[in-house]
Ligand binder design. Structure first.
Ligand SMILES: [Fe+2]
Ligand SMILES: [Fe+2]
Length: 190
């Protein structure tokens, strides 16, 4: 049944929405590097931590269970879950630190590098495989948007309208296509 409905509404494809979130948070890590003032750094880091926690929860509740069922690759999903745990430990540490701690920036940087590694694996393997599986990635995207709104509300975060998110996801998907084309370039084997 899922197969017949698949991609009827490609606008909310869960893999594209997740890619958009990845790009969004990676841009914030870059922004962090340009900040010097401890208060501003703490504010941005706290926002990054919120985003990461919500993103991880959405994947763990909605995406990984479907991946586990559809991809028949327990190791792949387990590795992603363990990486979430490690990232969350870093988030907890950063939240407990004073922003003028001399290692604050280093912790945020290490978290950013770790997230980049994790995102790279998701975008290279888990998400493409999920997309080409029988999973209804459009329906999953709808669910994700709805759950994201709930989680943001619980944290008192203003949520972006669905249409905006979908538009942003489309932009991110287009940009990702270009990046992937570059990555695949003539001398690359990946
Ligand atoms: Fe993840
Ligand atoms: Fe992700």
């Amino acid at each position: 049944m899922a197969r017949d409905q698949k991609s009827r509404n490609g606008k909310t494809d869960v893999t594209q929405l997740l890619k958009f979130e990845h790009e969004e948070v990676e841009a914030l890590f870059h922004e962090f590097e340009d900040l010097d003032e401890p208060g501003e750094r703490q504010q941005l880091a706290s926002h990054i931590c919120d985003m990461l926690e919500i993103h991880a929860q959405l994947e763990e509740e909605l995406v990984y269970p479907v991946a586990r069922e559809m991809l028949d690759d327990e190791d792949l999903v387990l590795e992603a879950e363990v990486e979430h745990r490690v990232a969350k430990d870093l988030v907890t540490r950063i939240r407990s630190m004073a922003a003028d701690d001399p290692t604050y920036g280093a912790y945020v940087k290490v978290l950013g590098e770790y997230v980049t590694h994790h995102v790279d694996e998701e975008e290279r393997e888990l998400l493409p495989r999920l997309k080409s599986s029988d999973a209804d990635t459009a329906a999953l995207g709808q669910e994700l948007l709805q759950r994201k709104r709930e989680l943001q509300r619980q944290r008192g975060i203003e949520s972006v309208a669905d249409e905006d998110l979908v538009e942003q996801a489309r932009g991110a998907a287009a940009a990702t296509d270009v990046t992937e084309a570059q990555r695949r370039g003539p001398s690359s084997h990946r």
